[in-house]
Ligand binder design. Structure first.
Ligand code: ACO
Length: 323
């Protein structure tokens, strides 16, 4: 058992950034994945190493990846258990099925790429919105949201690098088909500096799929929604959701915004934002229980939310009115 490691505990991720040409590279606080079972199996364990550490570093903008696997001791004895012969797991081999093919194993080379990418990397796709966040010390940080599809072949390689985050942070997620050009992918970037010399750092992303809705509409379904841990709880999830709501619902052909398997945190974010939208638009004006079916249908059509979500928001509104 001393050669058994919990893969979620021994995996560490880090974003490495270079803010401008003069500065040295800086590493973000390391953060751990939420899950590793999609890669290492239900038990999230591997056999064969003492003191195992799996480090995955990302260039903060381009997401070029560096992998380092270290351990104090490797099992090279002989033995068997219920499942057969015991031998040390091939961690690199297992991970390589999920990591991009150009993953780096030389740290100096990786840092050279971080420095180079800081000068050259720009987000792919079309800029859809921007917003600012005021930091505790009164500075303003800038953020931008971009839309891309897999028809952009450069973006396919970019997506190859970012998709591991979905497995590590979204329960039950799997890789999406990057040959299907109908996927819309929205990426969020922090922008440091201005114009040509601006440096971009990846913050999070959302994938969404347009489903046909009989007879002539589209139902937009949010599939994977993720803000990386160093950026969580700073309002980026709210900003991304609001941008998506605005983009999707202003399209004439879109009749509804749905979400695939939302978890509790996402449902909370969605409820709060939908309630803000509905309140700002005076959707609840004069509303009293029992709310007629026609009113639910009318709100659903007008705000392009699912029937379940409209009912939920109406319920929350009515409860908030109770003394
Ligand atoms: N638990 C409860 N409430 C939360 C949590 C949480 N863990 N995180 C944020 N909130 C609340 C905040 O209080 C905030 O409320 P407010 O508007 O009243 O201030 C609101 O949700 C949004 O907060 P943000 O800071 O904008 O949210 P954040 O940027 O942290 O993004 C998210 C939230 C997307 C859940 C992020 O934590 C994340 O990516 N987690 C890991 C991946 C994940 O769970 N994704 C969703 C899976 S479901 C799907 O993909 C469809």
């Amino acid at each position: 058992s001393e050669f058994v490691s919990n893969t979620t505990e021994c995996t560490e991720l880090q974003l490495v950034r270079q803010s401008n040409a003069e500065e040295n590279s800086q590493e973000s606080e390391p953060f751990k994945p939420e899950f590793t079972y999609p890669i290492f199996g239900e038990q999230e364990t591997v056999f064969g190493y003492k003191g195992l550490q799996i480090k995955i570093n990302y260039a903060s903008g381009s997401l070029k990846t560096y992998l380092n696997i270290s351990y104090k001791e490797k099992f090279n004895g002989q033995g068997t258990n219920d499942t057969g012969v015991l031998e040390a797991a091939d961690i690199k081999g297992t991970l390589s099925e999920y990591l991009p093919s150009d993953v780096l194993s030389n740290y100096d080379e990786f840092i050279r790429i971080v420095q180079e990418d800081a000068k050259t990397f720009k987000p792919l796709g079309e800029k859809m919105s921007e917003y600012k966040v005021e930091t505790e010390d009164g500075d303003e940080e800038q953020y931008e949201i971009y839309r891309t599809t897999f028809s952009n072949t450069k973006f396919r390689s970019y997506h190859d690098r970012m998709q591991l985050f979905a497995l590590l942070f979204i329960e039950g997620s799997s890789y999406i088909d990057n040959e299907d050009e109908k996927w819309e992918i929205y990426t969020v970037f922090e922008k440091q500096g201005q114009n040509e010399s601006a440096v971009y750092h990846f913050v999070g992303y959302c994938t969404a799929y347009p489903f046909f809705c009989w007879p002539e509409n589209i139902r937009m379904r949010i599939s994977q929604f993720l803000i990386l841990p160093p950026y969580q709880k700073q309002g980026h999830g709210n900003s991304l959701y609001q941008t998506l709501y605005c983009i999707f619902t202003t399209r004439n052909e879109v009749c509804e915004l749905t979400v695939e398997d939302p978890n509790e945190e996402f449902s909370n974010l969605r409820d709060k934002n939908d309630m803000r939208i509905l309140r700002d638009q005076h959707a609840f004006q004069g509303l009293q229980a029992p709310v007629p079916e026609e009113k639910i249908k009318e709100l659903q059509k007008r705000f392009k939310l699912t029937e379940r979500q409209i009912r939920r928001c109406v319920e929350m509104y009515l409860l908030s009115k109770l003394n």
